[in-house]
Write a protein that binds this ligand. Structure first.
Ligand code: MN
Length: 128
């Protein structure tokens, strides 16, 4: 039984549902937030093991939220995987510079998502 919890921060309802479904099927406890403010409230109540972070959010964006979490002692150890639509060169670096531990480009490939999350949580070996 997998007790790891994952917070999905995504403002697009279709992507939010898809990501949450995949992670629930994989046995994780899944929390969801549609913006940074909601995410911060949830993180404050129950810090998750990993955050799947959409970069394009209304208000505070995913990069700013990541910087904020990685700068605070209570939240800096939470793994963060960015969910980015900008699959362009240079953006990978921007995401890593903000403190994200990895990234997945949209549209979401469900197998890639499940595998990447497992690796990031140290539950699976990275593919050679
Ligand atoms: Mn978005």
């Amino acid at each position: 039984m997998n007790e790891k919890s994952i917070l999905v921060v995504e403002d697009n309802p279709t992507n939010l549902k898809l990501a949450c479904d995949v992670l629930e099927w994989s046995g994780y406890k899944v929390l969801q937030a549609g913006d940074a403010e909601q995410a911060l409230k949830l993180i404050d109540q129950t810090p998750p093991d990993l955050i799947l972070m959409d970069i394009g959010l209304p208000g505070m964006d995913g990069l700013a939220l990541t910087r904020k979490l990685k700068a605070a002692d209570g939240t800096k150890d939470i793994r963060i995987i960015a969910l980015t639509a900008y699959a362009m060169k240079g953006d990978e670096q921007k995401v890593l510079d903000a403190g994200c531990d990895g990234y997945i480009s949209k549209p979401i490939d469900t197998r890639v998502l499940a595998a990447h999350v497992a690796v990031c949580l140290g539950e699976a070996e990275e593919k050679p």
